[in-house]
Design a protein around this ligand. Structure first.
Ligand code: DX5
Ligand code: ZN
Length: 228
C-alpha cells in the first residue's frame, strides 16, 4: 500500500455497487486508492451486508488495497475473520469495542493497518487514549447504516477538532471521512483535515466512475492547497 499520507485518497464504497457483478464492479473502480467494504451485522446498524467471504472475493478480484469498515457489535471477537479474509486496513467502531487496544494489536499482528471510527454523536475526546496507536481515524459524517444520506454539516468542525487532538499527541494518522461525500463537498472536508474520502453513491451512481473518482480526488486536493 502506498504511503497513506502522500495525497488525498479516494475509497469508493461497494455498498452502492451491484454485488452480483462484483468483479466487473471492482474493475470499474480500479483507479481508486482503496476499496471501502462496509460490513454491517444487523445489530450495531440495522442492515446486514457483507461477511468475510465477500472480502475474500474482493481480494481475489482486485489489487487495490481493501479498506474494511466493520459496523458490528463485538469487534473483539470478529475482526480476525476479516483480517484472515484479506483486509489491508481494518476500521472498527469505538462505540462497539470492549478492549480497543487489544483489537488494534491484533490488527497490527496480522500485518494490516488499524483504524478506529466515530459515529456522528460520539465525541472526539473518546479517542484520546487510542490516537497514538492507530493508523487511521474514520469520522462518520452520517449515522452509519445506509448509503446516499446527506453529509452532516457539523462533521467539518469535528474533523478540525480531531486534527487538534492529533497535533496535541504529536501523531498524524490518516483522517478518513465517510458519508455524503461528493465532488461538491470534498474540498470542504479536506480543508477541515480529511485525507481520505469514502464515496459510495457519488462513485457508483456516476455514469463514468473513473471520472467521478478523479473529480473527488481533485476537489479534495484543492481543499488542501487552499489551506496552505
Ligand atoms: C454508511 C457507510 C458508508 C456508505 C457511504 O454507513 O459506512 O461507507 O457506503 O455511502 P455514501 O457515499 O453514498 O454516503
Ligand atoms: Zn463505511
Amino acid at each position: 500500500m502506498r504511503d497513506m499520507l502522500d495525497d488525498v485518497l479516494v475509497s469508493p464504497s461497494i455498498l452502492s455497487a451491484d454485488i452480483g457483478r462484483l468483479d466487473d464492479e471492482l474493475a470499474s473502480i480500479s483507479t481508486a486508492d482503496l476499496i471501502h467494504i462496509d460490513v454491517m451485522d444487523g445489530h450495531f446498524v440495522p442492515p446486514v451486508t457483507f461477511g468475510p467471504n465477500v472480502v475474500e472475493a474482493a481480494k481475489a478480484a482486485t489489487s487495490v488495497p481493501l479498506d474494511v469498515h466493520v459496523m458490528i457489535d463485538n469487534p473483539d471477537e470478529r475482526v480476525q475473520d476479516y483480517l484472515d479474509a484479506g483486509a489491508d486496513l481494518l476500521t472498527f467502531h469505538v462505540e462497539a469495542a470492549t478492549h480497543a487496544h487489544r483489537i488494534v494489536s491484533r490488527i497490527h499482528a496480522s500485518g494490516a493497518r488499524a483504524g478506529i471510527s466515530l459515529n456522528p454523536g460520539t465525541p472526539v475526546s473518546s479517542l484520546s487514549a487510542l490516537i497514538e496507536d492507530v493508523d487511521l481515524v474514520l469520522v462518520m459524517s452520517v449515522d452509519p447504516g445506509y448509503g446516499g444520506q446527506a453529509f452532516i454539516p457539523s462533521s467539518t468542525a469535528k474533523l478540525r477538532e480531531l486534527v487538534r487532538l492529533c497535533r496535541d499527541h504529536g501523531v498524524r494518522p490518516t483522517v478518513e471521512v465517510d458519508g455524503g461525500i461528493s465532488p461538491s463537498n470534498a474540498a470542504e472536508a479536506c480543508r477541515a483535515g480529511a485525507t481520505a474520502l469514502v464515496a459510495g453513491s457519488a462513485v457508483f451512481g456516476a455514469p463514468d466512475r473513473p471520472a467521478a473518482i478523479a473529480a473527488i480526488r481533485e476537489a479534495g486536493r484543492a481543499g488542501i492547497v487552499r489551506e496552505a
